[in-house]
Design a protein around this ligand. Structure first.
Ligand SMILES: Cc1cc2nc3c(=O)[nH]c(=O)nc-3n(C[C@H](O)[C@H](O)[C@H](O)COP(=O)(O)O)c2cc1C
Length: 193
């Protein structure tokens, strides 16, 4: 666990939920294909409506392709994410072959992302999702058809770095944050705003 992670559980949940947090700091250390396969294997065991498995992950590690993937990042993310040894673009199948909406495609893909993130953490890796990307460019660099898939976000994955591995402007925001109270998100019988 990072020394910057002060998360505590009120009701004794599994440590893995507290341990995972999204650093913006990555070490330059590479990850290998075996590790990459493990990440996607974890993701693909996520539950989905009708077992459709609507998630699609397109990734790049290095070389010219990686440069293209980096180019979809908005400036605030381009300051740190290119250092990560892997960048994943995430898409959800949101229309089927007949053109009908798959209502739960994004929800199911979120479950797969969380599986990947938890698996990464178990492997000593850090992951951070990014909505701050050029979605139009994401379809293009990944070669994903827009008519059936929805671009959602990018994910940077790699070994956690130190404050020296991160852009100075990002250091102050690089810590494990907190959460709302349970009373704000879970309600017995009636929603309350
Ligand atoms: C879909 C999604 C989009 C996100 N977009 C960004 C982003 O563009 N840039 C960034 O630095 N972090 C981004 N984050 C990271 C969140 O800010 C972070 O997950 C949240 O603050 C909770 O912190 P934790 O992951 O450390 O628990 C995103 C996370 C998710 C799940």
């Amino acid at each position: 666990m990072s020394e910057k992670n002060n998360r505590v559980s009120q009701y004794g949940v599994e440590e893995m939920f507290l341990d995972r947090w999204s650093s913006r700091s990555f070490s330059p250390k590479k990850i290998d294909q075996e590790q990459i396969n493990q990440l996607f294997e974890a993701a693909h065991w996520a539950p989905s409506s009708g077992n459709r498995q609507p998630w699609r992950f397109v990734y790049a590690t290095d070389g010219e392709n990686r440069k293209k993937f980096n180019s979809v990042l908005y400036d605030s993310n381009a300051m740190w994410a290119p250092k990560a040894p892997m960048l994943i673009l995430v898409f959800a199948e949101t229309k089927n072959e007949e053109g009908n909406n798959i209502r739960t495609g994004m929800f199911d893909t979120g479950a797969a992302w969380m599986s990947l993130a938890l698996q990464a953490n178990r492997m000593g890796l850090n992951s951070r999702a990014m909505g701050g990307i050029d979605l139009e460019a994401a379809y293009e660099v990944a070669g994903v058809p827009k008519d059936r898939f929805t671009a959602i976000c990018a994910i940077a994955v790699g070994y956690r770095g130190t404050d020296e591995d991160i852009h100075p402007r990002m250091v102050k925001n690089n810590f494990a944050n907190d959460r709302k109270e349970l009373s704000e998100i879970a309600f017995k019988e009636q929603f309350q705003s």
